[in-house]
Design a protein around this ligand. Structure first.
Ligand code: NAP
Length: 406
């Protein structure tokens, strides 16, 4: 098949490569094709690890790493609108949230540039023991080695920045596998790093079969650190399979909020409405379970529900939209099934609980049973629950009831 302007290649060892196979990136909003990205497998993953290991044999001094990081922050600023539209198109994230994400990514690169210049060791107080008297000792911070990075779909720019920028600050080359749904923002960042003067092999981006690429990152001994952000099951299984590597996991949870009787109820309702439904609840810190003291429960509910109903639901490319689609139709159907399960078990749907067109409306579920999925598991969708409590201890018990994830 011929390549087109919206075909994106992979970055391995400083070269943009096609592989003959493609991953199609489809808009979560209307199913249209956003782009095609070359599809990698185990062979490309091994070549990328090889390139990263080779690149690190010629260390980059801190001042060069910091300069590259600053240049990327600047380039992101100049291309902020393009970056936000890319995030919005591939993730279905409302443009206003995508613009916030771009600003966060700029700040991630800026802070990494600061850290790159501060990686000092420390003096060891040798005279603390008799045998050390008269001796000098110090520690140095050295790059751990090649970093294998796996990122999720929900912050396709800033969570990739969270992996690439600190790794470069620390002097480590990276092999990155972004989420298959959202590789375009990752490829943009790799392009900006390359344009900023990063030599070949320091950043490599592979899109394709998760387990095929993941297996190489887990099994190849040249990868010294794995950094994973995503769901709990995948994260914990990666850690179990890589006992000899440093493995950093950032996982999910079913975020609880407790509203005490002395709270500014209206302010709490405004904040909960914004933070339960931003990016349709597809954030690891999305407010999911709200527990309100019984003295202010009715007042909170009366303030909260209209604020949820005032959120603008629609096309993520529209500047006014607050809540867009879930990333895949299967995820929307799963969340709807969880809402139905709570309703069938006696919960009240205060608003939402149904589709409008293809979109799941922001939904508030009152008093779901404690063993329902909405009470126990991460919904990762535009739904939150509301319940009252009498004492803070009771509220904390409720809050801790969700199944442990991360
Ligand atoms: P996910 O399904 O676990 O995917 C995350 C990444 O892991 C993707 O790149 C995915 O690749 C890859 N992956 C899947 N199976 C793999 C395997 N067997 N080996 C290696 N890699 C594998 O998570 P998601 O749906 O993208 O993201 C949502 C989750 O991320 C939620 O639980 C959320 O709470 C969590 N999250 C946490 C944070 C935090 O900072 N704590 C931030 C954001 C999100 P494919 O896309 O190719 O399947």
């Amino acid at each position: 098949m011929a390549t087109t302007a919206s075909d994106r290649k992979l970055l391995v060892d400083g070269a943009w490569i096609a592989t003959g196979a493609w991953v199609e990136i489809v808009s979560p909003y209307d199913g249209s094709t956003v782009a095609r990205v070359a599809k990698a497998g185990g062979a490309e993953a091994r070549a990328a690890v090889e390139a990263a290991e080779r690149a690190m044999r010629t260390p980059l001094p801190a001042h060069k790493r910091a300069e590259i990081l600053v240049r990327v922050a600047g380039a992101l600023g100049r291309r902020a609108d393009e970056a936000a539209r890319l995030v919005s198109a591939e993730a279905g994230k409302p443009l206003k949230a995508a613009r916030v994400e771009v600003a966060r990514a700029m700040s991630t690169y800026t802070m990494a540039a600061v850290e790159a210049r501060k990686l000092a060791g420390e003096m060891v107080p040798m005279d603390a023991s008799q045998s050390g008297e008269g001796k000098l000792a110090f520690t140095q911070r050295l790059p751990i080695g090649v970093v294998g990075a796996i990122s999720p779909f929900n912050f396709p720019l800033n969570l990739v920045a969270h992996k690439l920028a600190p790794a470069l600050a620390a002097g480590c080359a990276v092999v990155l596998k972004p989420a298959s749904q959202t590789p375009l923002s990752a490829l943009l960042l790799a392009e900006l790093e390359t344009d900023a003067g990063l030599p070949a092999g320091w950043v490599n981006v592979l899109v394709g079969g998760a387990s095929e690429i993941g297996d190489v990152l887990v099994e190849d001994e040249r990868v010294k650190l794995l950094t994973f952000t995503g769901s709990a099951d995948v994260g914990w299984s990666l850690r179990e399979r890589a006992p000899r590597k440093r493995v950093n996991l950032e996982l999910g949870n079913a975020t609880p909020v407790i509203v005490e009787p002395d709270a500014d109820v209206d302010d709490a309702a405004t904040r909960c409405a914004a933070n339960a439904f931003s990016f349709a609840g597809q954030s690891c810190i999305s407010v999911q379970r709200i527990f309100v003291h019984e003295d202010v429960y009715d007042a909170f509910r009366e303030s909260f529900v209209p604020k949820v109903e005032a959120l603008v639901v629609g096309d993520p490319a529209d500047e006014e939209t607050d809540v867009g689609p879930l990333v895949r139709p299967e995820d929307r159907d799963r969340v709807l099934a969880w809402i139905d399960e709570a309703r069938d078990a006696g919960a009240t749907i205060l608003t939402g609980g149904r589709l409008e067109g293809e979109l799941l409306l922001p939904t508030v579920v009152e008093r779901p049973p404690p063993d329902s999925k909405l009470s126990c598991d991460e919904a990762f969708g535009p739904v939150c629950t509301l319940d009252s409590y009498a004492t803070l201890d009771e509220a904390l018990d409720h809050a801790k009831m969700a199944r442990p994830h991360g």
